[in-house]
Design a protein around this ligand. Structure first.
Ligand code: COA
Length: 445
């Protein structure tokens, strides 16, 4: 030092960490996006037995602390095989996808109790409240290709209100692959199937499948991302291209996305911090199967008329929509688009053009079945109709709404306008209806 006095370097008040501000910013951007959403975390039995299990529980505690609502589903294959070997009792199937005979069911119940207990214990150690339930009701699969599947079952019904109530009370539901039949007796369900069914019933935004493999392996290579269309095609045409271990997860990922879950992740549950990296980074560490936003929307057909009539009846009673007879729907069927889940129509929207104002289109008769509200389907329908309008040359879409104008302005980016914007013929029907709806417009950039 020039004056001989040592310079005192100010020390940071907080000790330095390895987290860079840029990392933190990257993570924080996901937090509001995921708040309040439901993630289904489906762990294979071997992951519960792995040494990384205790770290996974900490990851789950982190998700909970960020107000992400978590439902845990577990498999039991690993523990079932261990029990079978230890007790020298042969099993008919390990993963709930083949025949479950009485001896296998008995061992499966024991294996399931062990795994559920390990989860409950681990969650307790992380100060998380949790509960195992009888919320899953099942039905025996019956005879498939001449073979009685005995105690192997499919999900018949999920008591979603029960599970949602637990979640509301900050309890993590732990769901085991032993479900209950009509007579209350135990039945075995495949845990990948169970995760997909729970995701549908609870309107989850993600499933995270945790297995002891690096991800979804296709042609011997782990795919980091694949669209549901591409994966469905491979599973239909050349299933052997998907590694045997990944196949059940791949099949149920497709099922989950087709029934409304936007994203499914398949990742190695043995990797330290794997879950947090997958959820909070752009790259992720496993495989992501994603849906096409508009894949469930199609043009309505004549055969949909009765369904559309029945679908919208309740909204008409509440005066949310204008009454249309079946004949009127049939006459205008070419203007309807529908949203399907599992081949059931759950939402509709119409799109009209005015011959004298080709740059203007009108979005109407928007309806989403209440069970499917708050999942972005209403916005998707409006966005889709707007996209079609733009493709056909419109520069602006309008919507007339009496009760849902807040949805159009706050969610879909419409602005309020005056009725002068309406073409003459539309203005006439607007005034004759006596409903006095708000006129809303959206410019198509
Ligand atoms: C309006 C409707 C289509 C929204 O469907 P949806 O699939 O739930 O919509 P999205 O999931 O895309 O958006 C949900 C958001 O819309 C907003 N929203 C929904 N209905 C609203 C209303 N009546 N007023 C103001 N905002 C509303 C809320 O902000 C909601 O956010 P949240 O999920 O955080 O609560 C649906 O409620 C419906 O079918 N209603 C009855 C028929 C109707 O009114 N149609 C409009 C005729 S013009």
């Amino acid at each position: 030092m020039s004056n001989g006095i040592p310079t005192v370097v100010p020390q940071p008040a907080v000790p330095a960490t390895t987290i860079k501000p840029t990392d933190l910013r990257g993570i924080l951007k996901y937090v509001p996006r995921f708040q309040g959403q439901i993630f289904i975390i489906a762990m294979d039995g071997s992951i519960v037995a792995d040494e990384n299990f205790s770290n996974l529980l900490i990851d789950i505690a982190v998700l909970r602390s960020l107000a992400i609502r978590v439902v845990l589903v577990h498999g039991i294959g690993h523990q079932l095989i261990e029990l079978s070997v230890a007790r020298n009792i042969p099993i008919s199937n390990a993963d709930g996808s083949g025949v479950t005979d009485a001896a296998t069911l008995d061992l499966a119940i024991r294996a399931s109790s062990r795994v559920s207990h390990a989860l409950v214990e681990g969650l307790t150690q992380n100060a998380l409240k949790c509960a195992t339930t009888n919320a899953v009701r099942a039905l025996p699969i019956g005879i498939i290709r001449g073979v009685d599947q005995q105690f192997t079952a499919k999900v018949e019904r999920i008591d979603k209100d029960f599970i949602l109530e637990l979640i509301e009370r900050q309890v993590v539901p732990v769901v085991s692959p032993i479900a209950f039949g009509p007579d209350g007796r135990s039945l075995r369900v495949n845990s990948d199937l169970l995760a997909a069914e729970l995701a549908e019933a609870l309107h989850a935004t993600k499933i995270l499948f945790l297995s002891p493999a690096a991800g979804l392996e296709i042609d011997g290579v782990v795919r980091r991302e694949i669209s549901v269309d591409a994966l469905r095609q491979i599973l239909q045409d050349e299933p052997a291209r998907v590694s045997e271990y990944s196949r059940s997860k791949a099949t149920h990922a497709v099922k989950a996305i087709e029934t409304g879950t936007p994203r499914v992740h398949i990742l190695d549950g043995r990797i330290f911090d794997g879950v947090l990296n997958e959820v909070f980074s752009n790259e992720g560490v496993g495989s992501l199967v994603y849906g096409n936003d508009y894949q469930q929307i199609r043009k309505a057909r004549k055969s949909d008329v009765r369904l559309l009539y029945n679908l919208t009846r309740a909204a008409i009673r509440r005066e949310e929509l204008i009454y249309r007879s079946q004949q009127a729907i049939e006459k205008n069927i070419d203007h309807f688009f529908v949203f399907e889940i599992d081949e059931n129509i759950i939402a509709c929207v119409t799109l009209y053009f005015y011959p004298d104002r080709p740059q203007l289109a009108e979005v109407g008769s928007l309806y989403v079945m209440p069970f499917y509200h708050h999942r972005g389907i209403g916005k998707k329908m409006v966005d889709y109709a707007s996209m079609v309008a733009k493709e056909r040359g419109a520069t602006m879409v309008i919507a007339l709404s009496t009760q849902s104008f807040g949805f159009f302005t706050n969610v879909c980016g419409f602005e309020e306008a005056t009725k002068d914007i309406l073409p003459e013929a539309r203005l006439k029907s607007f005034e004759e209806s006596g409903r006095n709806p708000k006129v809303l417009v959206r410019k198509l950039a």
